[in-house]
Ligand binder design. Sequence first.
Ligand SMILES: Cc1ncc(COP(=O)(O)O)c(C=O)c1O
Length: 460
Amino acid sequence: MNLPIQSNDIQAVIEADRAHVWHHLIQHKPFETIDPRIMVEGRGMRVWDATGKEHLDAVSGGVWTVNVGYGRESIADAVRDQLVKMNYFANSAGSIPGALFAKKLIEKMPGLSRVYYSNSGSEANEKAFKMIRQISHRHHGGRKYKILYRERDYHGTTLATLSAGGQPERAAQYGPMAPGFVMVPHCLEYRSQYPDAESYGLAAANAIEEVILREGPDTVGGLCLEPITAGGGVITPPEGYWERVQEICAKYNILLHIDEVVCGVGRTGAWFGYQHYGIKPDFVTMAKGVASGYAAISCTVTTEAVFEQFKDDPSDPMSYFRDISTFGGCAAGPAAALENMRIVEDENLIENTQAMGARMMDNLRVLQDKHGVIGDVRGKGLFIGAELVSDRKTREPMEEKRVAAVVADCMAQFVITAATNRSLPGFNNTLCFSPALIATENDIDRITDSVDQALTRVFA
Ligand SMILES: Cc1ncc(COP(=O)(O)O)c(C=O)c1O
């Protein structure tokens, strides 16, 4: 179905956009001759652009965000009601939805107890970095200040989170980076760095210990990892990895920070990605799916043990977490998040994610048998990647522009997919799929059919 668009009005919008909007993550030169894409309306899994064309969205708003789908009136109502009652007060005071959402969230996260609100995934991660640094200053004489991050992981766009980013193309040209962030090797078995290892998972985790020993365990305060790496190529952890990582953190008294900005709130077929692996984190950060993009909200969730370290000495005026996020006090965020969570529960979206994720994985494995360019398919729930190679035997990564051509072909079929891009030199070769958690069998089949056709055309 195409929407009726009033062409005069929309042309004015396009011209205003072209003249004044600086879009994210995109080269603007082409917009001198072609129109920027403007999304006008969304319902369920579908979006309509400024030309009135309908698209099936296989990436939840482009970046793993609109988990409960578009056009949710109940979320809009919850936000509206909250805004007219009490829109904002600095979060040094509480709010009704802030308290209620924190309680509901913590019920899903045994072992954790405190929620710190801010607005973006980057900000939530940076809060955790600051907490780790402050714990180091207050309890370890400032020595345990280093934060480890993993090659291929991404934690955000601010300078501190870019400094903790394992994707060199994201950080290039923005240096110098902040000191005190140290990289550990990735854990993508398909690109194993340890061909002789008996257990890849153990070897990849032991590589973290090597870095800790090299840096000095008394200098390392935190380890920040995605439970399943997203933009770095949809990397599911190898067997045995997380158990060993957890042991290493305990051995060297290192706080474990799990970045659930993409995986959080159902995306992987569990409330949180870390819950698949029995991990006991000290920090969990989340953003995108928390309110599915209906309002800006992110959370840095900690244990009571972490929280206690910020209130143990009320006589010291510097002893508490001296941080504020102005818009962390916007009540629309938790109001939207509460209703978002109700929808996930009442519509059994976690179960649907498991079932539809399994279907998508099966469909992609069938495509892998058919198309030699699919080297590896991996993921969990509705969070799946297909790595393209130019040679299955040597695993030579497919050129980025040919991977982009597959995405463009799907787009021409009115199915919006994505691929890793400008992240890792030579390895921007993974197609990414993250449909909303409401996806039906028909939606999944249409997405994978479009990929089938695109691969056939691009690699004919
Ligand atoms: C794993 C992960 N962490 C953090 C972020 C940063 O989130 P934001 O763009 O909301 O700052 C992203 C964004 O894509 C992400 O994928």
